[in-house]
Every structure is written in C-alpha cells, then in structure tokens.
Design a protein around this ligand. Structure first.
Ligand code: HPA
Length: 274
C-alpha cells in the first residue's frame, strides 16, 4: 500500500535524523539569487534534495536544491537553498513538502525570502519589503484534500500569518543597521509568465504592494502547523512602469543579488536576537 503523507514525511525526517542528530529550531528559505546567506552560516551538513526520500527535486536556474544544516548567529538552523514552485509543475502539496519536513525536525520559526515585482509607487528596484500580509491568487491551496490531524486543523486561521512581533523586531534591526525597509502586502501568483500591465494594475488596485511566484503556499502550510513566519521580498522589478515594461529573469536575479547583503544582515541579526 502507498505510504500516507505523514508516513512519507516521517521517512524523510528519519533519513535526515540518521545523518544529523541536532534539532534546528529555525528554518530559512532562500529565494531566487539569494543563496549567499549560507556563506554566513557555520555549515555542518548539506544534503542534496535528490538524496532525500519523497523530496521533490528543484529545476530552475538560480535554485541550487539542497538542505543546509548548521548555525547562524550561534543558533541551529536549516536552510533551503532552492525552493519548489507550482510553475515548475509541482503540486501545491509538493511545494510545501519541505516545510512539513522542517516542522517534524523541530522548526518552529520560518524565515522566508523571495524576489517580487513592485506595484507600490513608493517602491524602487532593490528595496526590501517585509511582508505584513498576503493575497493568495494561486489556483491551488496546499491544504486541499485529506487533512492529517497531526499536521494541523482542517480550517486554519490566517489572521496573522506573519508574526507582528517579528516584524517589529526586524524593523528595529533594520533601522539600527541603517537599512531602509518597506512593509506591505504580497500577492502570490502561479506564474511563470510575468504579469501583464493590466494584471499589475489589478493587483495594485486590489491592495497588493508586490507580486511573486512563491511564499504564499509555504506560509499557509507553516500557519497550518502553528509555525511563526517572517518573510521579506526583494523588489527586483517595478510592474507599473509606463514605458519599457519588459521584465527578464536575468534582471530579477541581478537585482536580488545586489540587495542580498541587506537581507542577509537582517536575517542574521534577527536569528541572533531570538
Ligand atoms: N511578477 C511575478 N513574480 C516576480 C516578479 C514579478 O514582477 N518579479 C520577481 N518575481
């Protein structure tokens, strides 16, 4: 008989525990072009996704595809270098599989980074935006289907998916480090086509400050399991330019790379202070 979801998650977690017998309390997801945070980590073990039983395997340029265990700011963490997206053809359940494994390994706080297009007219390319809330425009919710009670409730509350306390703390850290940060609402879409002018406008009118192709499903799964979440977008392009409105993946990676040191500093300080 096919293994249940919980059974699969347990096998993945057991496989990891056999190789690494520390329990990371903090999980970090590194978005497009944001893999360098691991340079600040004391790395203890790396496991390629392809080695992990039941794990999806990452395909997109800029996503390395491995779990990295070690210390950041003296705290045990596990970082995902490379995440899964629906546009790669994964189901929403596959996209959140690693988050669920993290929970089984003891992760209670998830730090998320992503690249996003800006719609807020006060934003500029290279800005950091702390996520205050999100709008899920994904066609598929990761909690569809059978709900294993061991993971969380059938109808999880989403009134504060991004922990206010962490936002306040991060704002303080950013101001101490002289790093300007914005705060706003992230719209999650499936992609992989970037938005049309009309779509950016619609999202802007709907109250979104930035739009991207990740994060929202990970946050839903994390909230389902009672994890605290803190997330930051790097604004890699502006969706509301009147003239030349083309966007390339290259441009997104480039902008992410430039802003990465600021994001890394905020994550590192936040983890150190916790
Ligand atoms: N739209 C959607 N996803 C993105 C964008 C965008 O403009 N920029 C980076 N990821």
């Amino acid at each position: 008989m096919a293994l249940s979801l919980i059974g699969q998650l347990q096998e993945t977690a057991d496989f990891i525990r056999n190789k690494y017998n520390h329990s990371p309390g903090i999980g970090i997801i590194l978005g497009s072009g944001l893999g360098n945070l691991t340079a600040c980590m004391e790395v203890e073990l790396e496991i390629g996704y392809e080695q992990l039983p039941h794990f999806p395997v990452s395909t997109v340029e800029g996503h390395a595809g491995r779990l990295i265990f070690g210390k950041l700011g003296g705290k045990p963490v596990v970082a995902m270098a490379g995440r899964f997206h629906c546009y790669e053809g994964y189901t929403a359940q596959q996209v959140v599989y690693p988050i669920r494994v993290m929970k089984l390994l003891g992760v209670n706080l998830l730090l998320i980074s992503n690249a996003a297009g800006g719609m807020n007219e006060g934003f500029r390319v290279g800005d950091l935006m702390i996520l205050r809330d999100h709008i899920s425009l994904f066609t598929s919710n990761p909690l569809l289907g059978e709900n294993p009670a061991a993971l969380g409730p059938r109808f999880p509350d989403m009134s504060e998916p991004y922990r206010k306390e962490l936002i306040v703390k991060a704002q303080r850290i950013a101001s101490r480090l002289n790093i300007p940060v914005k705060e706003g609402v992230y719209a999650g879409v499936t992609g992989p086509s970037f938005e049309t002018r009309a779509e950016y406008r619609l999202l802007q009118l709907g109250g979104a400050d930035a739009v991207g192709m990740s994060t929202v499903q990970e946050v839903i799964a994390a909230a389902h399991m009672g994890m605290d979440v803190f997330a930051v977008s790097i604004i890699t392009d502006m969706g509301i330019r009147q003239e030349d409105n083309t966007i390339t993946h290259q441009e997104v990676l480039e902008a992410a790379r430039k802003a990465e040191p600021m994001l890394t500093a905020i994550f590192r300080e936040l983890v150190t202070e916790l």
